[in-house]
Design a protein around this ligand. Structure first.
Ligand code: LMR
Length: 400
């Protein structure tokens, strides 16, 4: 029966992370997966999350299925966080929101929905993008293409090339965008560029699907949502996926949301219905625990303030680590080669290291980064940054 099943080659991120766990070396450093570790190298439990969870556990009760669309208070709180509490599209009931299993769950539910209602559309992702984007959309039956994005030479954005490629797409093409903290490059559009891009998306009747997995890790919770809010403000039909894995450090709870900006409330009602159908066909209904935590934090002003403060402190720590690796590598490379460590935003820096250099980092120094050269700078700390600088400095001497 299963003779024809070929071996799974593994996932470039999750399988590497699993291999890291099995590596017996004491000095190993995990800069592969997009996870924030604190200065002690531990996965933090945020204070607000701890307090909310303690309060929830004080009130044990039955555990019924949640509705297919998820917990109503959660959906409302998440929509407010993503679009802003006073967003007019939200007030007008034009945004359909469902609770999802993290950002990946949102992408999959959204992909299934689009495949059903826009069967002729193809998907366009940035070159490069998060590896799982291609995988999710291809598995949902789409042809996935790329548009220009990252400029290897400058470590910045090829904005003009990106814009003209998108301007040439057929109507109803799905354009996958990263709201902030682009994964894997850490290179984002600025506000003026977003404005121009949204003009094109609108003019060409394209369907943006915005992935916002890192809200709060770029320039703050509101600024990071600029593109999403601008789409909603202009009433541009769009899908948005958001996740609480990173900004709540709730990776294993699988908490996220899928939002669809519609032209009116009647369309939003129908879209919401079809999204719930897509949820039912995938996993019936979402889990409860993480959603209760997020809802309690977002709905309790003191907890929300504590969460925002801790998230801001996490970002400051990442900025210090970016500066530390940048300064440490000065002895090994030019400023032009190193500026990316401090300019790129969020959890990742696209180092430009070759596959061979990446392999050496792992084999000789126990430093794990992705084959693409993506380094998760949120895994650096005062204790391991010296080891990493030393290792990267050594492999930089021998490019190939
Ligand atoms: C990453 O990009 O490393 C994270 O988003 C984890 C994942 O699921 O790939």
């Amino acid at each position: 029966m299963f003779e024809h099943i070929d071996a799974y080659p593994g996932d470039p991120i999750l399988s590497l992370n699993e291999n890291f766990q099995k590596d017996p070396r004491q000095n190993k450093v995990n800069l592969s997966i997009g996870i924030y570790f604190d200065d002690e190298g531990r996965l933090p439990v945020m204070k607000a999350v701890r307090a909310a969870e303690a309060a929830i556990l004080e009130e044990p009760g039955p555990k019924p299925y949640l509705p297919m669309a998820g917990f109503a208070q959660y959906r409302d709180a998440v929509q407010a966080l993503v679009f802003g509490a006073d967003c007019p599209s939200r007030a007008a009931g034009r945004i359909a929101t469902v609770q999802t299993l993290g950002g990946s769950g949102a992408l999959k539910v959204g992909a299934d929905f689009i495949k059903r209602y826009f069967p002729g559309s193809q998907v366009w992702v940035s070159d490069p993008t998060w590896e799982n984007h291609r995988f999710i959309f291809e598995r949902a039956g789409f042809t996935v293409n790329t548009y220009p994005y990252y400029d290897e030479v400058t470590g910045g954005l090829k904005f003009e090339a990106m814009l003209s490629a998108i301007d040439a797409l057929p109507a109803k093409s799905v354009v996958l965008l990263h709201a902030c903290c682009h994964n894997p490059t850490g290179v984002d559009l600025d506000r003026a560029q977003w404005e121009q891009l949204i003009d094109v998306l609108q003019k060409r009747d394209l369907l943006p699907f915005v992935d916002m997995a890192y809200q709060g890790f770029g320039s703050g919770l509101d600024d990071d949502a600029f593109a999403v809010r601008e789409l909603a403000r202009r009433g541009v039909p769009a899908l948005v996926a958001n996740s609480f894995s990173k900004n709540f450090s709730l990776y294993g709870e699988r908490c996220g949301g899928l939002h669809v900006i519609c032209e009116d409330a009647a369309a939003a009602d129908r879209v919401l219905g079809q999204l719930t159908g897509s949820v039912r066909a995938n996993y019936s209904n979402p889990p409860t625990h993480g959603a209760k935590i997020v809802t309690r934090v977002l709905g309790t002003p003191a907890l929300k303030a504590s969460w925002e403060e801790e998230l801001a402190a996490m970002c400051e720590r990442i900025a210090r680590m970016r500066a530390a690796i940048h300064d440490g590598l000065r002895a090994h490379a030019s400023e032009a080669a190193l500026a990316r460590y401090v300019k790129q935003r969020g959890m990742f820096t696209y180092t430009g290291l070759s596959e061979k250099q990446v392999e050496r980092l792992k084999a000789e120094f126990g430093v794990y980064i992705l084959r693409s050269g993506r380094m998760c700078v949120a895994g650096l700390n005062e204790k391991n940054v010296g080891v990493v600088v030393d290792a990267v400095g050594k492999v930089m001497k021998d490019p190939a």
